[in-house]
Design a protein around this ligand. Structure first.
Ligand code: UN1
Length: 500
């Protein structure tokens, strides 16, 4: 296992194009969750740093917005090329700070590369509409205008992909960005900011302020000159952000968790369903918003599915994600591990049957990291907490049902609405399911993870507030619609009045 040397032990904020060294700050260790070793130190910035970043962003944004979008896009294109050249290094650092296995880290970096080229293309579109005016000799159109300075707050579970879903559309649309990455995973932010710098992004268009949500995040949410907050994280924090932004009439885009299910009908290809469940439930150790944490199974195939899942779970090697033979990496930190352990107890108390896993791994090779055994509950009921609440770990609960209709109802009776999946070979059910599943993302004959960047990402109900990350829909978060009327009649024409 070759590990890249991480150059800057003490990370620095990136404000106005300058890496700001500051020894007076408090620093926190960045810990590799696979082995408990500190790999860097992240500064805990203050409101003052946010103010400074916003000031630099305001000035930079005015000039940036005047650069034609296709030119702005050329910088994103260069960012994509640099990410591609550095894919292996970025992926290795990502595995070291987040724990996800190298294959998945490469996938996440690829997601960012895809987003760069996709949004670079958007620089030559950014389409509005032209439409006939109701009056003669008058032209009407709608155009996208940048909002100004935007704030993005990103989570540790996809530290680079989610940052690209938010920052790339914001930048190509002519905004300046203040970015607060998660304190657990600041190295991806450091690497991406360096790439932007090398790609020639003007100073102040992207500013990175490291620190906690309660200090840096709150300062961003409350700052009058940040006109949009785009946040991915927990439901509690998202609600708090939404109400504070509401007070200030600030635009806010939220993406907050899921309780995603795979439905397995009695005509499903069971081997395929098993593969889909294993990948989407235990990949990233279940620490994806899109992770499968419920399997809604027709009672006729329940026994068969349980048996096959238990067999295959035996083959899930657990360990440090830098080891290419490992399939399931560590949990992000001790708190995350504790939360999962608590849910195992809750599930058992509620009467679900634990048939595989359910424990923290403590043997020699695991003792310095945070590892949890892939876990399977069966005979879970819809109203149990393990069937309703987000666990964010490698834990799946099987809920038996008697019909297709009941499966859809069980899927929909949760607070969240991010992703869902159905395994069936019946074409009528496929189409009925894609209509009736009430999530923002629906998969047929595939697990619940693996969204592609050119489609909208987000969910219904407790998952979000109606906005979407990635895809062309992301531009709606970072632009205002402007309606423009050009009257070339040479006389005053009054809409709705001079209609004859
Ligand atoms: C997340 O877990 O917040 O669809 C993002 C997926 C990935 C992104 C997940 N492309 O699973």
């Amino acid at each position: 296992m070759t590990q890249p040397v991480i150059q800057d032990e003490k990370l620095k904020n990136f404000i106005e194009g300058i890496w700001k060294a500051d020894d007076s700050k408090t620093y926190r260790d960045v810990i590799n969750p696979a082995n408990g070793k500190a790999i860097a130190q992240v500064p805990l910035s203050t409101k003052k740093d946010v103010d400074e970043a916003v000031q630099s962003a305001r000035a930079a944004q005015k000039k940036w917005a005047l650069i034609p979008a296709p030119r702005r896009a050329e910088i994103l294109f260069r960012v994509g090329q640099l990410m591609k050249e550095r894919k292996e290094k970025l992926s290795t650092i990502l595995t070291m700070e987040n724990g996800k296995v190298l294959e998945e880290a490469r996938g996440e970096v690829q997601e960012g590369i895809d987003m760069a080229f996709y949004m670079a293309g958007e620089g030559r579109r950014l389409f509005g509409h032209t439409t006939p005016s109701e009056l003669g000799d008058k032209f009407a159109m709608s155009v996208r205008a940048p909002v100004g300075v935007v704030g993005i707050i990103t989570p540790w579970n996809f530290p680079i992909a989610i940052a690209t879903w938010k920052s790339f559309p914001a930048i190509v649309a002519g905004n300046a960005v203040i970015w607060k990455p998660a304190t657990e995973t600041p190295l991806m932010a450091f690497e991406l900011a360096k790439i932007f710098e090398e790609a020639g992004l003007p100073s102040g268009v992207l500013n990175v302020v490291f620190g906690t949500g309660s200090e840096v995040g709150e300062a961003m949410v409350d700052h009058d000159d940040i006109r949009v907050i785009s946040f991915t994280g927990s439901n509690d924090i998202g609600r708090n952000i939404a109400s504070r932004c509401g007070q200030k009439l600030k635009k806010v885009s939220l993406e907050m968790g899921g309780k995603n299910a795979v439905i397995v009908l009695d005509d499903a290809d069971i081997d395929l369903a098993v593969e889909g469940i294993l990948w989407s439930a235990f990949g990233t150790s279940g620490q994806r918003c899109t992770a499968c944490s419920r399997v809604i199974v027709h009672e006729r195939v329940k026994h068969q599915l349980e048996k096959r899942l238990i067999e295959e779970m035996e083959n899930l090697t657990i360990g440090d994600g830098l080891d290419e033979s490992v399939k399931v990496g560590p949990i992000i930190n001790a708190q995350g591990l504790e939360k999962i352990r608590r849910y195992i107890q809750i599930g058992q108390k509620e009467g679900a049957k634990l048939i595989k896993g359910g424990y923290v791994l403590e043997r020699e090779q695991y003792k310095d990291g945070h590892y949890f055994a892939p876990t399977l509950f069966t005979d879970a009921a819809l109203n149990m907490r393990i069937s309703q609440e987000e666990i964010f770990g490698p834990v799946v609960s099987l809920i038996p049902v008697k019909s297709f209709e009941e499966a859809i109802a069980v899927n929909n009776q949760v607070e969240f609405g991010l992703s869902s999946s159905i395994f069936t070979q019946n074409a009528n059910r496929v189409f009925a399911a894609q209509r009736d599943l009430d999530t923002g993302i629906v998969y047929v004959n595939a697990g619940t993870t693996g969204a592609e960047i050119h489609l909208p990402f987000g969910g219904t109900k407790g998952t979000g507030n109606g906005h979407r990350d990635s895809g062309v829909a992301a531009l709606d978060v970072f632009t205002e619609w402007k309606a423009v009327y050009v009257d070339y009649s040479g006389k005053l024409q009054r809409a709705q009045i001079d209609t004859e």
